[in-house]
Design a protein around this ligand. Structure first.
Ligand code: ADP
Length: 669
């Protein structure tokens, strides 16, 4: 075993994380013969990372604060399991200097850089000062000590709008607000600070000039405890939603070599300035076409997107982190690190790409990765996706001899992958990678709004075919006899058979799914099955041979619900025969004077009381879900008529939280 003779031997590693990254870290540990210990919260008792480990220890209840962020609980677990080292993954405690210190004090090896480096780079304010001192250009802005709103507003005016308010301790796109006009500054500052305080326990902010059409570029660094420091080339992570990465690739497309060299030099000087001794990433932002990158921040940990670098260099970054932590030298010098081909990663999240990427919760009923691509996943069939942690399910990563090949492989993989049970971003990602702007390597951080003006929607044709397939699957006899009568609605043990056992074979259905609803009519003919959906016909072959009319579709039925997937899009449809369909299928007719929960989450703050007068747009309450804070505003002017929730309540999506009486507004006038 490789690490036994190291200056600091590592025989076992406790992975202080969950999901895909915990599984991925354990994978390398296993290969190196290192014992793995998982920690888990009550929500993760049956999670994949728990099953992947040699040993698993419960550390607390579901909320991250009481489990994955609870240092004492994690250190106790490390003590109990006899772990030599702790790998923090990304997120959670990975950039918490106090945690790194407490690990070392407890005699545990922290698999990451020195606590000092974590501390310096953990503050965007401090890291910018260090970067400036190292001669690295930073985004123009304000990163001073004054934090009162008058000074900050003044600084914003000096910088010139639009400006970006950022939480100094921020990460994951949280605590960030774009401000276009001075009048909006105060409110944006308050909400950025509130989000920063709740997410990071630190409300200090900095201001940056908002760059209108930027590319996000970053350099992977790797260092050791003996003074070795190399770069592992750059990545382009411009495609983002809510300032969080969605697609990442290496190398960056259409990047002049001179800019590439500037990036490497800047990253190495900053790394050297802080004596960096582990894997880390220096992030830059660059106005499209300007050729002058600015330092943005440093992440002193493994990045979500590290696999693209691994695929082009053949280096296992977790192994290099472990080697550095064990006091070993880097295995390769700069001149022996070469890149081959191109790699692209797609982050698949439990989100509604068609609804501004709102996170969703639910159970995955099928997870079937495509063959031949790297699939870093934290989920399997049966996984429950709750609201406690972030929405990343898995990453699909393709490598090719060149960018076109990697792109084609990723697009095919996104079509082949099957995820059933809840809406994911898979179909959106497939459309995104095939969009000419991305395919040409010209994406900036505004890619999504540019490529899908008005928001992404599933392709109408695919959606129709999926719904039609769901109808056919629904009509399949319970004992699927693939013989002559494979599809025959009146073989079904349901009300339909009784009431529609007349010829010709016709069944009318109401189909409701994640993306809306449609009226369907199913007709079974001699050699084909026709499903008419809102007037458009979709045909399936029907033969006496064993040919499957639903070839090419993945489908599962659970009672009257059918989950289907095809070409990267998946949905779960509920089918109701129209004859005995209950009216209005659960749709409440809301008159537009309520504030309802846009997603399953926790009501964190109420700004109004019954009887308060509100204008259209007045903030009414704040909700938190999946680590994001949402401010819900009054949809119209009026008076608060009732409040149906309290601070701290967990509410389901669609729950009516506040009612507003519009009459009051008229009385006012
Ligand atoms: P976080 O630590 O929350 O990830 P970053 O500072 O790394 O925050 O920025 C995340 C993303 O936000 C960037 O990749 C970019 O898309 C956007 N962003 C950050 N700073 C600016 C800026 N000054 N102008 C425009 N966009 C920015």
């Amino acid at each position: 075993m490789r690490f036994l003779n190291s200056p600091r031997p590592i025989r076992s590693v406790l992975v202080a994380n969950r999901g895909e990254i915990a599984v991925r870290i354990m994978h390398t540990c296993k290969r190196l013969g290192i014992r793995t210990i998982a920690v888990y919260s009550d929500a993760d008792e049956r999670a994949m990372h728990v099953r992947a480990a040699d040993e698993a220890i419960r550390i607390g209840p579901a909320p991250a604060r009481s489990s994955y962020l609870d240092m004492a609980a994690i250190l106790a677990a490390a003590g109990r399991s006899g772990a030599d080292a702790v790998h923090p993954g990304y997120g959670f405690l990975s950039e918490n200097a106090a945690f790194a210190r407490r690990c070392e004090q407890a005699g545990l090896i922290f698999v990451g850089p020195s606590a000092d480096a974590v501390e310096k780079m953990g503050s965007k304010i401090e890291s910018k000062r260090i970067a400036e001192a190292a001669g690295v250009p930073v985004v123009p802005g304000y990163h001073g000590a004054a934090q009162d709103s008058a000074s900050l507003l003044q600084a914003a005016q000096r910088i010139g709008f639009p400006v970006l308010i950022k939480a100094s301790a921020g990460g994951g796109g949280r605590g960030m607000r774009r401000v276009d006009r001075a009048e909006e500054f105060e409110e944006a500052l308050a909400s950025a600070k509130a989000e920063a305080l709740s997410a990071f326990g630190d409300e200090s902010v900095l201001l940056e000039k908002f760059i209108l059409n930027p590319r996000h570029l970053e350099v992977q660094l790797a260092g050791d405890r003996l003074g070795g420091l190399v770069h592992l080339f750059e990545r382009d992570c411009s495609v983002q939603r809510n300032n969080q990465k969605v697609l990442e690739e290496a190398p960056a497309p259409n990047l002049p070599d001179a800019v590439r060299r500037t990036l490497f030099d800047a990253a190495l000087s900053l790394g050297r300035a802080i004596g960096y001794d582990s894997a880390g990433t220096i992030e830059f932002i660059m106005e499209q076409g300007s050729n002058s990158p600015y330092f943005l921040e440093m992440n002193t940990r493994l990045q979500v997107e590290h696999p693209v670098t691994e695929l082009i260099t053949g280096i296992d970054l977790v192994e290099w982190q472990l080697l550095a932590a064990a006091g070993e030298p880097l295995p390769l010098g700069q001149d022996r690190i070469v890149q081959r081909g191109h790699a692209i990663e797609a982050r698949i999240t439990a989100e509604r790409a068609d609804r501004a990427f709102q996170p969703v919760t639910g159970d995955l009923t099928a997870v079937e990765p495509p063959r031949g691509l790297r699939f870093d996943s934290g989920v399997a069939a049966g996984s429950r996706i709750g609201l406690y942690y972030d929405s990343l399910l898995a990453k699909l990563v393709a490598h090719g001899g060149d960018r076109a090949e990697a792109l084609a492989r990723l697009a095919d993989g996104l079509a082949e992958l099957t995820l059933l049970g809840l809406p994911t971003t898979q179909a959106f990602l497939r459309d995104a990678v095939r969009h000419p702007l991305f395919a040409d390597g010209k994406a900036t951080t505004r890619f999504i709004e540019t490529a899908f003006p008005g928001g992404w929607q599933p392709q109408a044709d695919t959606l129709r075919r999926l719904r039609a397939a769901a109808v056919v699957r629904w009509a399949e006899p319970e004992t699927a006899d693939r013989g002559s009568d494979w599809v025959s609605p009146w073989n079904r043990r349901s009300a339909v058979r009784v009431t529609t056992a007349v010829r010709p074979a016709r069944v009318s259905l109401h189909v409701a799914d994640d993306y809306g609803s449609a009226e369907a009519e199913l007709r079974v003919g001699q050699d084909r099955i026709v499903v008419e959906l809102d007037g458009a016909a979709v045909e399936f072959p029907r033969s006496r041979a064993k040919a499957d009319p639903l070839a090419g579709f993945v489908h599962r039925r659970h009672g009257d619900a059918v989950a289907v997937a095809h070409a990267g899009l998946a949905l779960t449809a509920t089918l109701l025969p129209r004859i005995d369909m209950p009216r209005a299928a659960g749709q409440l007719d809301r008159s537009g004077n309520v504030v309802d929960a846009p997603l399953h989450g926790v009501v964190s703050k109420l700004y109004v009381a019954v009887g308060d007068a509100v204008e259209k747009g007045t903030p009414v309450l704040q909700m938190e879900a999946m680590k994001l804070v949402h401010t819900l505003k009054a949809p119209l002017a009026g008076r608060i008529q009732s409040i149906r929730c309290a601070e701290g309540d967990t509410v389901p999506a669609g729950a009516v939280l506040v009612e507003i009486s519009p009459e009051a507004a008229e009385e006012k006038r």
